[in-house]
Each structure stands twice: as C-alpha cells, then as structure tokens.
Design a protein around this ligand. Structure first.
Ligand code: NAD
Length: 253
C-alpha cells in the first residue's frame, strides 16, 4: 500500500482520546511517526502503544498541558531536539463547559479560553516558528468546531473559543502561505467522544439527559480523522465535518 506519510513526523495534542487518538492512528496507518501528547499521561501512552502494535512506525507519548505556556515551550524544544521539526502539527486538545452564559463563572471562562484558545495559540506560534526556520514547509491543523459558525446557547464560552480558533487559523494561513506552510481549521459538529461526558455542566442544565441525547447520535472520530488527512493533503482552509450534528439551542444565522 502507498504510505504517503513515510518519514514524516506528526505531533497531535489531546491524543489520548477521541478525535486526537483517531487522528494519530490514521497518520500512523499512512506511515507517519507520531508524537501523542495529552494531559492524561496514561491515555497518551495507550495511544502510542496501540499504534506501535498495529503499524511499523515510531510512536511516543508526552504528558502535556497545552494551556501552560512554559510546558508548551519545553515540549516544542523536546520535539525538535529528539525528533526534529514536525511536518504536521494537530492542535486538537479541547474541553467543554455546558450551560447558559450567565451561569459561567470566571473560572469556567478561564478554563475554556486557556485550553481551547491559548493551547492552540501556543502550539501555532512555537511550531510555526520551527517550520519557518527549517524552510521545508509543513502543515498546521487546528480543531475548531461547527460552533465557530453556529454558536450554541448551551456552549457559549466554548463557541467563543472556537470562533477565535477559526479566526486564528485564517490569519496564520495567510501569513504562512509564502513559507509553504498550510493551515486548516477543522469544524466538526457533534462527534461521539468523551468530551460530553467530561464536560463541566453549569446552572440548571441537567447533565444526564443532555449527555444521553448526544450519545444517541453517532459520528465516529475516525471519520473526522479522515477529513483531517484530506485537509492536509489538499491544503484545505476551513473544513466543516458532520454539519448536521449541531448541538442544542444553536443560534440561527
Ligand atoms: P475527548 O474528550 O475525547 O478528547 C480530548 C482530549 O484532550 C482528552 O484526551 C483530554 O485528556 C485532552 N486534554 C484536555 N485538556 C488538555 C490540556 N489542557 N492539555 C492537553 N490535553 C488535554 O474530546 P474530543 O471530542 O476528541 O475533542 C477533541 C477536539 O475536538 C476538541 O478541541 C474539541 O473541542 C473538538 N471538537 C469536538 C466535537 C465533539 O462533538 N466531540 C465537536 C467539535 C469539535
């Protein structure tokens, strides 16, 4: 079989679960060596071990909080020193807080913006710099959300963070095009992962029926991963995925 990613290095954050894990596996299946970073050290290691059992590639794991600027700097330095400049970086780690905007505490806002926006900013600036210095191009994939276009009253801070990630991706794409570096914003509707179960629920919103309603829908993360590989291959700018899978109380536009 053709291995388009042989001898390439892909870094994925949030690779311990869901879309991140599926994306790491998909790149590895196409021949890439992968670095699987996650806040959950064990989950990241499980992803990497599973990949090495399944595919003839190198897969390593790294415990990482993407919202921590100095940890991100250490991580980027470690990647370059031990593995070289990555060819593809997937800024995927993200969290959700569900509930009405007026019920969001300052901590809720910080949690969302710190991980979903700052995590992506750190990943973009550190690795884009490495790619520009190396001068051999590359690709940065940021996982935004359908909520970037269709903000949800159930996910207000989350929607704001994802609109910012989409905007960041647009700016970066224009800036890096001259260096042969592509930037894609992936914008999925609901995907069946752990994110709903792990979400913080605020206000009167009842967690169990909300999670149950979401879990009745089914959209596998492997399908998102396929869109991500295609987006890199074709250098697509903005990629809606499962646009039917809007999450409750979506504001119409
Ligand atoms: P998930 O919860 O299954 O996986 C997220 C992973 O990120 C987990 O392994 C978690 O440990 C890790 N993580 C959380 N905070 C982190 C941090 N500070 N540093 C490093 N890792 C951290 O969720 P998922 O659905 O696979 O989410 C992946 C991305 O896709 C997120 O950015 C999410 O917002 C986005 N997304 C998800 C959906 C969906 O419906 N599932 C829809 C659109 C976009």
């Amino acid at each position: 079989a053709r291995k388009p990613y042989r001898d390439t290095l892909v870094v994925i954050t949030g690779a311990g679960s869901g879309i991140g894990r599926a994306t790491a596996r998909a790149f590895a299946a196409h021949g890439a060596d992968v670095i699987c970073a996650d806040l959950d050290r064990k989950a990241a290691a499980e992803t990497a071990e599973g990949i090495e059992r399944a595919y003839p590639v190198a897969a390593v794991s790294y415990e990482l909080d993407v919202s921590d600027a100095s940890r991100m700097e250490d991580f980027a330095g470690w990647v370059r020193e031990h593995h070289g400049v990555p060819d593809v970086v997937v800024n995927n780690a993200g969290v959700a807080v569900a509930g009405p905007i007026l019920e969001h505490s300052l901590d809720d806002w910080h949690r969302i913006i710190d991980v979903n926006l700052w995590g992506v900013v750190h990943g973009c600036r550190l690795f884009a710099k490495q790619m520009v210095e190396r001068g051999e191009g590359g690709h940065i994939v940021n996982i935004a959300s359908l909520a970037a276009f269709a903000p949800s009253r159930l996910l207000p801070a989350y929607s704001v963070s994802k609109a910012a990630v989409k905007s960041l991706s647009d700016v970066l794409r224009a800036e890096l095009a001259g260096h042969g570096i592509g930037v894609s914003a992936i914008c999925p509707g609901f995907v069946s992962t752990n994110i709903a179960r792990n979400a913080v629920f605020v206000g009167a919103l009842d967690r169990r029926p909300a999670v149950k309603a979401l879990e009745r829908r089914s959209y596998p993360p492997e399908r998102v991963a396929a869109h991500i590989l295609r987006a890199v291959h074709r250098n697509e700018a903005v990629v809606p995925v499962n646009a039917e899978g809007k999450i409750g109380y979506t504001l119409s536009r």
